[in-house]
Structure formats: C-alpha cells, structure tokens
Write a protein that binds this ligand. Structure first.
Ligand code: SAH
Length: 378
C-alpha cells in the first residue's frame, strides 16, 4: 500500500492505484547514468551505448532514431526500444499571447490525458508540468481536483514534457526565436509530493549535467504543493534546493478545510511551520500561493491574518506571497476577486512587510490553468 499521507481516507475522490495495472514504458530518463548502463548490460548490449542514447535525448534532443547514426544499424532498434520508447503523443496544441504561451494536451500510453504549458517571457522560458494524471486532493476550485486521481506519472513521463518543450524551443517552433527552458514549475495536473519518488527523480534528471540530464539549475525548478507536511519535511532533507511553493489559499483552518481539504489532516499552523523549516534549511524563499476568490478569501482582515501567520515564523524574508487571480472553472460557484479588493489585499500584506506579487494570467482563452483542457477532452 502507498504511504497514507499520499491518500487521505476521508476524501471521497481519492482512488487507490489498482494492483497489476500496466506500468508506463521504461525509459532512460527513469534511470540515472549507472542504471542505464546496467540495464543495457543485463540485456546483453554494450553499456557504453547508454551515454550515446542519453546524448541524443538530453543534449541533441533527437526524437527520430534514423538520426542516431552513431549507433550500429543492427542494434539501433533494440537500443531505442530498450531506453527510448515513445512515452506520449501530443493530441492537441493550443496557442495564446501571440504564440508566447503554448499548451499541449498529451495522451499517455494507457490513454490517460495530461497537459503541459510553455510560457515565454523576455529572457526566460517556463514549462508548467503535470506530475499525475488527475489529482486526489479534491480542491473544489480546481478543475483537476474534480475528476479524482487516475494514476501517478513516471519520472520519464514528467521529464518528457520538459524535453518536448526544449525541442520546440531549440527548433525555433515557438514565437520569439530559438531559446531554452530556464524554469520548470510543477503546477500542472497533480499533487507532486503525492508522487514523491518520481518527482524527485524528475528533478534530478532536469538538474543532472548534460548528457546525463538536462543540466538546469535547481533554483529554476519550483515544486508546488497543497502541503503534505511529512513530504515537505522529506524534501527539506533531500538536498535538492528547488523552490517550494505552498498553496495556502486561506490563513485560517475553517476556510482552508473547505478550499484545500487536506487541511483537515495538516492544519495551517503545521503546514506553515513545515514550509518555514524548508526555507530555514535551504535558505530558499518559499512562495505562498493564494488564489483570490471573490468574497471567499479576499477580505482585508484575511490579508492581515495571513501576514501575521507568516510573520509569526520569522521576519527575515523567508517567504513571499503570490496572489493568483482565480481562473473560474466551469460550473464553479467561485469567481475572481474585484481588482479593488485585490489591490487592498496586496497593500495590507506589503504594509506588514510581506513581499507580494500578483501572478500574470497567461493563456486564459486556451483554458491555461489547471487541468481545464484535459477536463474538457475527457
Ligand atoms: N497540487 C499542487 C499543484 C497544483 S496547480 C498544488 O496544489 O500546489 C498550481 C496552483 O494553481 C495551486 O496553487 C492551485 O491551488 C492553483 N489553482 C488550481 N486551480 C486554480 C484556479 N481555477 N484558479 C487559480 N488557481 C488555481
């Protein structure tokens, strides 16, 4: 059975993973360098080919085996089948912001649908990746939360979303000229810390120096969580200095129990303590995510309370608040805050010395946020 922190029992939408279900194809991105070599050797293939395959995948971004001309033609198919199987197929790509935002809907080997979004800004390119097909956390304002969890994604399935974006940028297929992925945010479908092992594997592949991995900086990677406290503590010990984002959305247990149901297991106080512990150990500033919902969590007094809750842990700049204008999901009773209330919320946080940003809303017209496209398809 999985760790109980991954699957709160009282939540109706959490589905246990059935036993014996087929696993995603094994891919070199699931393994570290040594593991790839060992695997080939166990198959009676030369271990040194693993590095050539890794170079094709992570450094040259080749996806057509015919271009892997340094592999002997007699072995190429076998090597590619062993370590570079097809992981997912793009079903649909949608663009917004004159092509600077590009959302892809992927179909995984078993028909599960996930999505990723590439967002270009001057001087950087961010990929928002999914870590699970569906999500078991049941946050009522989130499109993904409504359908429950289908399954965890594999490390390679997570990494492939970034590699695909890197390919598109390198090949100059995205408006703005050739570029590279500078940031990865785990803010697509799923709760990354409920798929801890695969997500850490993905972070390692993203940050392993090329050609073992993509060679990105851990600082460019943000893991966003509802606040699985034991997993935040585990991440604190992990030694991968990613940026931690905590989806708080309310400073008080009464409201947070409703907006983020896992709060009935881990209170606001415990959750904020764990986030503070992460900042203290890693010296990385934690980001508090707060989706602004009209008349629900956007009152001035809640801004004051939020500031107090955060400052109670220390005022050494361990935290900043990122306000997200709610992207209303179909049929939802919630809507985005009035801009005046939003400004007042920011003012009150800043008056107490909390650095605050308002997230820009990319790609609304392509259901840019949070599982909406996949929800429409299925
Ligand atoms: N499970 C992770 C990642 C989810 S998506 C987490 O909860 O952090 C990333 C962020 O988008 C989370 O803060 C989530 O609460 C927020 N979000 C989900 N649906 C939203 C919506 N409709 N409008 C605005 N933000 C939303």
């Amino acid at each position: 059975m999985s760790d109980p922190t991954d699957a709160p029992r009282q939540l109706p939408l959490v589905l246990a993973e059935p036993r014996g279900r087929a696993k995603p194809p094994r891919h070199l991105a699931d393994l570290d360098e040594a593991g790839r070599k060992t695997l080939l050797e166990e198959m009676g293939l030369p271990g040194f080919r693993a590095k050539q395959l890794s170079t094709h995948y992570f450094a040259r971004l080749v996806d057509d085996p015919a271009q892997m001309t340094d592999l002997p033609s007699t072995q190429r198919d076998e090597l590619v089948a062993a370590l570079l199987p097809e992981l997912m197929t793009p079903l649909r790509t949608m663009e917004a912001d004159k092509g600077a935002t590009r959302k892809t809907l992927w179909r995984l080997f078993d028909g599960a649908l996930v999505e990723s979004v590439l967002m270009r800004y001057p001087g950087r390119a961010t990929v928002c990746v999914s870590s699970q097909a569906g999500c078991g956390m049941a946050c009522p304002f989130c499109a993904t939360g409504q359908g429950g969890l289908q399954r965890n994604m594999s490390t390679a399935e997570i990494v492939e979303q970034v590699v695909a974006a890197q390919r598109a940028l390198t090949r100059d297929e995205v408006a703005g000229g050739p570029g590279r992925v500078s940031n990865v945010v785990f803010m697509g479908m799923g709760e990354p810390l409920a798929n801890y092992k695969a997500v850490i594997g993905a972070v390692r592949r993203l940050t392993d120096p090329a050609p073992a991995g993509l060679g990105m900086s851990a600082r460019g990677v943000t893991v966003s969580t509802v606040g699985l406290v034991p997993r935040i503590r585990q991440l604190t010990e992990e030694g991968v200095p990613v940026t931690l984002a905590l989806s708080l959305h309310a400073p008080d247990d009464e409201l947070r129990n409703e907006l983020v149901p896992i709060n009935t297991r881990f209170s606001v106080a415990e959750t904020v303590d764990a986030a503070w512990g992460y900042a203290e150990r890693t010296k990385r500033r934690v980001s508090i995510e707060y989706a602004m919902m009209r008349g629900i969590n956007d009152q001035g007094w809640r801004a004051d309370l939020l500031a107090d809750v955060l400052l109670a842990r220390g005022d050494w700049g361990w935290v900043h608040v990122n306000l997200i204008p709610l992207n209303p999901t179909p049929g939802s009773k919630w809507t985005a805050s009035d801009p005046r209330d939003e400004r007042e919320f920011v003012r009150r946080l800043e008056a107490k010395g909390i650095p605050t940003t308002v997230r820009d809303t990319r790609g609304r017209e392509i259901d840019g946020a949070c599982g909406q496209l996949a929800a429409t398809e299925s």
